[in-house]
Write a protein that binds this ligand. Structure first.
Ligand code: IFM
Length: 456
């Protein structure tokens, strides 16, 4: 579709939708050795040869730790209303448990104050993949104990910031932390063990529930959320679609919103354990029903059972294999399909609603040019955002209660195993000088946000 006129697009969106951007700690902060921060699993993973495409790490990233006031001013200049960032557990509890590092808390305290002063709502995520290495050494997410340590950490953070922050997300995309980290070996800690990935996935559900209880205990006004990267799955083989859907979507939606795991996923987990049984205990998921759900959407999956299909990174999804995309893709090689986004939102609402849904990430990496005299045209990213915002408007018009849209990402940043080679930002970052330049997509997006605000 052609890029929509910002006013026309804003007129289709709910006038109440709050708009902004999202980032995460390890991807932007840098300053990994400052103010008492302890080592993270990603520091160790990046130091392992062959793990990161360009051999880089998040050691400097966007240097946001030192440039935070300017980055908040940049968001304010763009008219943003909401900002989802994550808190680095290794800054708060450098050993993963016990001792609290006051200087780590102080940084987020300043960030929250700066955001509020700029009229931007802070929406922190408590865990966006940077686990204290001490906990990874103790077994990481496959260990039950890690979920309890997460709850302790959540309590400390919410006690400090809960007087000013209302909306909290426990976890970001726990599917990645479990399946990419412990099965595909593509994320920290780089393991390739299906049984560990499933135990990690289960303990992340427990962490959401235990952490959620801690959030509510620490702040009576907290609005609790969790951020899931669920997606639409197509394919001509029903069993294959169901198998991937169980692990990718229903595990997380049922686990977080209903306090149960799907029977077919449990069966698939049992199958990889041989004689052992999954360690599932009564009351494990009986914690907290979230007040809101964060949905991160990038692309739909297409599955096949044919041998030419490619193995998925998920554990336990036999017989599903991935059909490689044809047609236009982003620089990540991901399909572009905005109508699948609207379908996903309708499905989540119909199947797991009613719950307010915040779009907590959506965006695209493309091979941008360099800025010239402060301008950087990025029409493909603007088209992607325009099409996907139109899909959000369609879903909202069908009754899906969508509260927010947060573009991924505020600025180019460390794209995990792909290093700095993929740029998702609406703001360009020159990693040599740390100069930020809003791309044309940021200018267009700022006009959409202004037009939404003008409707109120
Ligand atoms: O950069 C990531 C982010 O950390 C989590 N969601 C997907 C983004 C793009 O890959």
């Amino acid at each position: 579709m052609p890029i929509l006129d910002p006013t026309e697009l804003a007129a289709r969106l709910p006038s109440t939708i709050r708009m902004g951007t999202a980032t995460s700690s390890y991807q932007i902060e840098g300053a990994v050795d400052e103010d008492g921060r302890g080592p993270a699993n990603w520091d160790v993973f990046c130091a392992t040869p062959g793990t990161i495409a360009d051999g880089s790490s998040g050691a400097v990233a966007c240097d946001h730790y030192h440039r935070m006031p300017d980055d908040v001013a940049l968001m304010a200049d763009l008219g943003m209303e909401v900002y989802r960032f994550s808190i680095a557990w290794p800054r708060i509890m450098p050993e993963g448990a016990g001792r609290v590092e006051r200087r780590g808390l102080d940084f987020y305290d300043r960030l929250v104050d700066a955001l509020l002063a700029a009229g931007i709502e802070p929406v922190p995520t408590l865990y966006h993949w940077d686990l204290p290495q001490a906990l990874e050494d103790a077994g990481g997410w496959p260990e039950r104990d890690t979920a309890g340590r997460f709850a302790d950490y959540a309590q400390v953070v919410v006690e400090r910031l809960g007087d000013r922050v209302t909306r909290w997300a426990t976890l970001n995309e726990p599917w990645c932390s479990s399946h990419l980290g412990y099965h595909a070996g593509a994320h920290a800690p780089g393991e390739t063990d299906a049984a560990k990935a499933m135990a990690a996935a289960y303990n992340l559900l427990r962490a959401h529930h235990l952490g959620g209880q801690a959030v509510r205990a620490a702040s009576s006004s907290a609005q609790l959320g969790v951020v899931l990267n669920v997606t639409t799955i197509h394919g001509d083989d029903e069993d294959a679609v169901r198998a991937l859907d169980a692990i990718r979507n229903r595990w997380w939606l049922d686990g977080c919103l209903r306090g149960s795991v799907p029977a077919d996923a449990l069966e698939a987990w049992s199958a990889v354990l041989g004689d052992a049984e999954p360690d599932v205990r009564s009351g494990d998921l009986a914690g907290e029903t979230p007040d809101w759900l964060g949905v991160n959407y990038y692309y739909p999956e297409v599955v096949t059972t044919e041998p030419e299909g490619v193995a998925f990174p998920d554990a336990c999804v036999d017989p599903a294999r991935s059909v490689p995309p044809t047609g236009e893709t982003t620089a990540m090689g991901w399909r572009i399909d905005a109508s699948a986004f609207a379908d996903l939102l309708r499905r989540v609402h119909e199947g797991w609603g009613p719950i307010p849904i915040a779009i907590t990430e959506n965006g695209a990496a493309f091979d941008d040019d360099q800025p010239v005299e402060g301008r950087l045209p990025d029409p493909r990213r603007t088209t992607y955002l325009s099409d996907h915002l139109a899909a959000v408007a369609d879903a909202a018009a069908d009754g899906v209660p969508i509260t927010d849209y947060m573009a991924w990402s505020l600025m180019d940043n460390f794209e995990w195993a792909l290093g700095y080679s993929k740029r998702f930002g609406i703001v360009h970052v020159d990693y040599d000088t740390q100069v930020r330049t809003p791309k044309d997509s940021a200018r267009w997006y700022a006009d959409v946000v202004a037009a939404v605000k003008a409707r109120r």
